[in-house]
Each structure stands twice: as C-alpha cells, then as structure tokens.
Design a protein around this ligand. Structure first.
Ligand code: NIG
Ligand code: FE
Length: 392
C-alpha cells in the first residue's frame, strides 16, 4: 500500500543532495510517498505522484523518526530520592547503579517486560522510532541473559552491558567478574545481543578490563560501543577509537587527543545531555567535537539513575542551550547521528529506500523543537509506513 504525505510545510530529509543543500536537506512545500515500510519518493508537493492513500500535513514540519542510540530500559524500581539528594548538593557516583541491580534481580520477567513496554510507548509518543537498549542491571549470567531476551522483544538494537559495574559480591575479586563477563556470561548473552558495551570509568572498569570485554564481545560477532568520559577524562575514548567501536557515549570530559581520534575515525561521539542535567555535572562541549569534524549523536540515556527521561526533544533543547549545537545540528545528531551510532543506514533520513519512519510536528519548522522546550510537539508518528496508533 502506498501513501502520499503532502502539504508538508518543511521536510527534513537529512540528505544534503536534496533541497537547500544544508546538512538537513530541507524542502519546503514538500511531499513524500511511502510504499509499504519504505520511502519511495520525496520532492515538491506540486510534482508528487499519485498513491493509494493521501495524508495532508497542513503546513506542519515533518522530520525523520528520532533514533535513540543509548538507553537502559530493562530495570525495576526508581531512584527519585537519589535525584532529590543531588538537587541538594550530593554528587552523582556510579554507586547508585547497585540499588537498581538489587531491584532488578528481585523483579519477575513480567514486571521487567511491562517496564520496558511502558518506556517504549513513551519513546514512540516522543517520536523515537528506533531505540537501543542495554542489559547491565542484572550482573549475573541469568539476569543479564533475561534482560537481553526481554529487550529483544522490543528492539533489534540490544546491547550486552555485563560490564556496567562490578557487583558487590565480586568486590574483593574483580578479576573473576571480568572473566565471567568475557566467558560464561557472554556465552549466555551473545545470542540475544547485537552489541557489547562497557562502562570505562573510575569506579567501574579500567582500560585493560574494558579492552578485554570489548574484544571478547567482538570475537563473538558483537559490535562494540563504550561508555566513557562521563565522570572524568580517562583512556576509554581512545580505546573506543582504537578498536573502531561504533560509538563512545557521554564524552563530557575529553582530551585533545580524544577529540582528534574521534574526528579522524568512524567512531561516533554520543552526547547525553539528560545525564548532565540530572547529575548536575559540566556540559559536554559538542561544539568542540563538531568543529573538529567528529560525527555527533544525541541520545536520552534513559535510565533510573543518571537520566530518567524518554523525551529526546528535551535532550535536543539542552544540547542547543548548553552543548553549543545549532538547532539543525541537534536534530541531525538525534536522527542521522543516532543512525550512524547504530550503523543503521536504513533509518535517520527520509530518502527513497529508507525506512518510512516519520514524525509530524505541531509546528511549521523543526527549529521549534529547541525554540519551544518542554512542549509536546510530536503530533503524529509513522513507523515503517504505519501510523503509530495503529501499531498499539
Ligand atoms: O549511562 N554510566 C553508566 N551508566 C548509566 C547510569 C546508570 C545509573 O546510574 O543507573 C549512564 O549514565
Ligand atoms: Fe548509559
């Protein structure tokens, strides 16, 4: 079945070869035809071909579905008391992760799946049509495996994060935990994961441990992604670059060498401004990364500790206000950037052949995403050519 989406006041294609020649490939008075789950045609409304159905966007802006390349959705419980304590001056440490680990281990599969379903609905309502999600709150062979099995019911972008922190029961023999993560836990998780990730940071895993985890995952056919540069400068960003990881996420603290490495290679630098908002830490310098020539993504990092938001438009507004991105760069990072971070050439743009994932905004321009922060501007979402209310 084909659908003609017409009356689009402003269409963001993310193809610089289309339209105004900018990175967003903007077209005005545009139309788009979808055929099944794919985009079949994009161009001026006046030249649009006929289709089986017609949707009139009445001058609204249409943007590619957001691609959230970093989230931790499989968990139980919540940590509002920790958030409130931070708001009165307590610093964020990775220690809070263990609180969520205890709650997650105690939860049933049904409760965990219901939690993911609820957050996945929030993401879709916020215009996210592709999302990644991680394990990392189980930290036993069975709890990590079941987290990934549940995650896989909702997204193909599943990430094994057995190396989130060393669980309390291994505190005195952490090398054994790294061996578990690289051995039996990986064996149980790899069939349910597309990616392997590690939190390379003081208080989590050092660079040698992180390399061991990433290489073990890579040798099992998993793509690599890394958490680094969240709490301070370290060797994690360089490790990600040297191993050719798809992405390194947080990037709040970067050395000049880190920035050079990111600019020179294919590893995407993912900004997570929801974390900096929620943990009251310094803002990552997105401008520095873009000026150096690095590819930048923007993601929610939705998790109960450091960033409990599923609203990527909120993150986009923060990136514009605090990380030095223009509204165009922020939208590009939350769509094409996220797609690059997940190595998904089929999403993040609206060009013929791409997946028909599109968001109609209650606004004449994408700029409103940052200009009207906190306002729910997502009017309608189509995923794979289908209106999201028909999917539910
Ligand atoms: O990406 N940095 C490590 N992991 C999460 C935090 C998880 C938590 O605090 O529960 C993050 O920010
Ligand atoms: Fe994270």
């Amino acid at each position: 079945m084909s659908v003609l989406h017409t009356g689009i006041g402003e269409l963001v294609t993310n193809d610089p070869a289309i339209g105004d020649g900018s990175v967003l490939g903007l077209l005005h008075d545009a139309a788009l035809v979808t055929d099944g789950d794919r985009v079949a045609w994009v161009g001026p409304a006046a030249r649009a071909p006929a289709a089986d159905h017609r949707v009139d966007h009445e001058g609204d802006a249409v943007v590619p579905g957001f691609v959230d390349s970093h989230a931790h959705l499989v968990f139980a419980g919540e940590r509002s008391a920790e958030f409130a304590a931070r708001a009165s001056g307590r610093p964020y440490t990775a220690g809070g992760i263990r609180t969520t680990v205890a709650a997650t281990r105690a939860a049933s599969d049904e409760a965990l799946a219901a939690g993911v379903a609820s957050l996945a609905r929030e993401l879709l309502a916020a215009g996210v049509t592709t999302f990644e999600t991680k394990s990392g709150y189980g930290l036993t062979v069975d709890d990590e495996r079941r987290a990934l099995e549940i995650a896989g019911r909702f997204t193909p972008e599943t990430t094994y994060l057995g190396a989130h922190v060393v669980p309390a029961e291994y505190a005195d023999h952490r090398a054994d935990y790294v061996d578990l993560v690289c051995g039996p836990m990986l064996d149980a998780c790899a069939p349910h994961a597309r990616w392997v990730d590690v939190f390379c940071e003081t208080g989590a895993f050092d660079v040698d441990e992180a390399r061991a985890v990433l290489e073990a995952g890579r040798d099992r056919g998993l793509g690599m992604r890394v958490h680094a540069g969240q709490l301070g400068q370290g060797e994690g960003v360089r490790l990600a670059v040297d191993l050719g990881a798809a992405a390194v996420d947080h990037c709040t603290y970067l050395s000049d060498d880190d920035v050079e490495g990111l600019a020179a290679g294919p590893t995407v630098a993912t900004l997570l401004p929801g974390v900096e908002f929620s943990t009251r830490t310094a803002w990552a310098d997105g401008r520095r990364l873009l000026d150096a020539g690095a590819m930048v993504a923007l993601a929610t990092d939705c998790n109960p500790g450091s960033s409990y938001t599923s609203n990527i438009a909120f993150c986009l507004a923060l990136a514009v206000r605090h990380q030095g991105l223009t509204p165009a760069e922020a939208l590009h990072a939350a769509t094409a950037g996220g797609a690059a971070a997940l190595r998904r050439p089929d999403v993040g743009s609206l060009v013929p052949g791409a997946r028909a994932d599109l968001v109609r905004l209650a606004a004449p321009s994408y700029v409103h995403l940052a200009y009207r922060p906190g306002v729910p501007l997502v009017r309608e979402v189509w995923r794979g050519g289908v209106p999201s209310e028909e999917e539910r």
